[in-house]
Design a protein. Structure first.
Length: 254
């Protein structure tokens, strides 16, 4: 069983840095977090936590306090998938934040990565609030190199009824998609924009954008631009993402 705890020792910060390095393969000049930074954050009341399977560090998260009674989760990573490490870290974050009177947790994620969208929107109940084109500029790590660093800002309202229900083990409530039109579809592995005059629209993302970057960089770039224009345009116009349908589509209400 995975156990999550706050970290305060330099040796633990070194283990976290090594874990993140293994996951992302950071360029030496583009490390989003390092040991001195974790030391300062932990000492000043920020959030540095590790997930352990026995004595083995299998995940970690680093965050800092943000405006609006919030914790901003800067970076979170797991060395394994399918073992509940991500959920355990987020539940620990939520409890940590509530104990300090915080109302929400925010973070950014790549809107093209299906599994992240499903995890954030369906399993946790967070909601995208803003589309951020090229947010981190050019990135050279092993995962993001060669692609624009577009991100979505996710907001996790910690005391929202649907978030509380999920935190207690409840089942996700599927978003309403009856009568929705597909504004961005996947056809033959490529994005195809379609006219959509309905109040609710669906925006597709590729099945595995990380594999697509390696196999067909042109198609991955086409998806980046299409999602930026479609999902980003809908959010900029006041649209509200209400869920992630069929592990493939953002559901947006206009």
């Amino acid at each position: 069983m995975v156990a999550v705890r706050e970290l305060h020792a330099l040796a633990d910060f070194e283990r976290v840095f090594a874990l993140f390095e293994d996951i992302w393969g950071f360029h030496p000049e583009e490390q989003p977090v390092n040991v001195p930074m974790m030391r300062a954050l932990s000492h000043s009341g920020g959030y540095v936590a590790g997930a352990f399977d026995g004595d083995l560090l299998v995940g970690a998260s680093v965050g800092f306090l943000a405006a609006g009674a919030a914790l901003h989760s800067h970076i979170t990573g797991s060395a394994t998938s399918g073992r509940g490490v991500g959920v355990a870290l987020k539940r620990h974050q939520r409890a940590w934040a509530l104990e300090r009177g915080l109302e929400r947790i925010t973070w950014t994620y790549d809107p093209l990565v299906r599994r992240n969208a499903h995890f954030n929107l369906v399993k946790l109940g967070a909601r995208p609030a803003e589309y951020l084109p090229r947010f981190y500029g050019e990135m050279a790590d092993a995962i993001n190199a060669g692609d624009d660093s577009d991100r979505v800002l996710a907001i996790w309202e910690l005391s929202a009824p649907h978030v509380e229900a999920l935190a207690l083990g409840g089942h996700p409530v599927p978003p309403l998609v009856e009568g929705a039109a597909v504004a961005l579809a996947a056809e033959g592995g490529h994005p195809v924009a379609r006219p959509a005059g309905t109040a609710t629209v669906l925006v597709a993302v590729p099945e595995d954008v990380e594999a697509l970057r390696r196999a067909d960089p042109g198609a991955a770039k086409a998806w980046r631009v299409a999602v930026r224009e479609t999902l980003g345009g809908l959010l900029e116009a006041g649209g509200r993402v209400t869920g992630f349908h069929d592990k493939a589509y953002y559901v947006v209400e206009r």
